[in-house]
Design a protein around this ligand. Structure first.
Ligand SMILES: C[S@@+](CC[C@H](N)C(=O)[O-])C[C@H]1O[C@@H](n2cnc3c(N)ncnc32)[C@H](O)[C@@H]1O
Length: 234
C-alpha cells in the first residue's frame, strides 16, 4: 500500500496564517472574499525559509539573492488579477520563487484551469515543488493543473499560452515582448517595471489586441535578470 504523507499546515500555522489574512482585510489590502479564502488555505509558513518569521508582513530572504515577497504584495497582486483567475483560466507566474503565489493561482483557477510557474534558479524550483506538495495545492500539482519549470521567465512559457493572467515577481527594465505576446486578448498582466525606482504596472490586452498600461503603485522588487547576474556576489 502506498502511504502518502502531506502536511497542509505548520504547527500553529492555521491560526497565525488566518490572523495575517484578517490583518490584511482590516487594512483594506484584501477586499475580495475569494482572495481571503485562498490566502487562508495556503499556509505561508510552508513557504518561508526556516529561521525567518513566516507571518510577518515583509519580504524574507530565500537564498540565491532572492526573496519571498511580502504578504501585502501577494494580496495586492491576487486582488489585481482576481477576475482573470476564474475557474478554468490559465495563469503564469514569472519568477515563481517559493511557489507561494503559483499555489494561490492554482487554487483560484481550479482543476479545470492551469497555473504555471517559471523560475530560473533550479534549486528554488525544486524547493518550491516540495513546498507545494505540503500545501493545500498538492492535489493540483498531482493532477498536472499546476506545474513549475526551470527557465528564463523573460521568455514566458509558451507551452501553456495564451494566459488570462500573468504575474511577474521581479522588476523588468521594460516589459518583455514574449510576455505581451503570451497574454490572451482580454487578459491582464501585473509586472513591476523599472530599475531602482519601480512601478507596479497593470497591462490589459484588449480583445482587439491593443495594449493599455496603468501604474498601480510604486514598489521595490529584485530584478528580472539573467541567472549569472543574479548570482554574482552570492
Ligand atoms: C521577489 S522574488 C519573488 C518570488 C515569488 N513571487 C515568491 O514570493 O516566492 C523574484 C524571483 O524571480 C526570480 N527571477 C529573477 N529573474 C528571473 C528570470 N529571468 N527568469 C525567471 N525567474 C527570475 C528570482 O530568482 C526570484 O526567485
Amino acid at each position: 500500500m502506498k502511504i502518502v504523507s502531506m502536511r497542509f499546515w505548520t504547527r500553529g500555522g492555521i491560526d497565525k496564517n488566518k490572523a495575517l489574512v484578517e490583518n490584511l482585510k482590516r487594512c483594506g489590502v484584501i477586499r475580495s472574499r475569494k482572495v481571503a479564502e485562498v490566502m487562508e488555505s495556503i499556509d505561508r509558513g510552508l513557504f518561508v525559509t526556516a529561521g525567518n518569521p513566516p507571518y510577518a508582513d515583509s519580504p524574507m530572504p530565500i537564498g540565491y539573492n532572492a526573496t519571498i515577497s511580502a504578504p501585502h504584495m501577494h494580496a495586492m497582486c491576487l486582488e489585481l488579477l482576481e477576475d482573470r483567475l476564474q475557474p478554468g483560466m490559465h495563469a503564469l507566474d514569472v519568477g515563481s520563487g517559493t511557489g507561494y503565489l503559483t499555489a494561490c493561482f492554482t487554487m483560484m483557477v481550479g482543476p479545470g484551469g492551469r497555473a504555471v510557474g517559471v523560475e530560473h534558479i533550479p534549486e528554488l524550483v525544486a524547493s518550491s515543488i516540495e513546498n507545494i506538495r505540503k500545501s493545500a495545492a498538492a492535489p493540483l500539482l498531482e493532477n498536472g493543473s499546476l506545474s513549475v519549470h526551470v527557465g528564463d521567465g523573460r521568455l514566458g512559457w509558451a507551452e501553456h499560452a495564451p494566459y488570462d493572467a500573468i504575474h511577474v515577481g521581479a522588476a523588468a527594465p521594460e516589459i518583455p515582448q514574449p510576455l505581451i505576446d503570451q497574454l490572451k486578448p482580454g487578459g491582464r498582466m501585473v509586472i513591476p517595471v523599472g530599475n531602482i525606482f519601480q512601478d507596479l504596472q497593470v497591462v490589459e490586452k484588449k480583445t482587439n489586441g491593443s495594449i493599455d498600461i496603468r501604474t498601480e503603485t510604486s514598489v521595490r522588487y529584485v530584478p528580472l535578470t539573467s541567472r549569472e547576474s543574479q548570482l554574482r556576489n552570492y
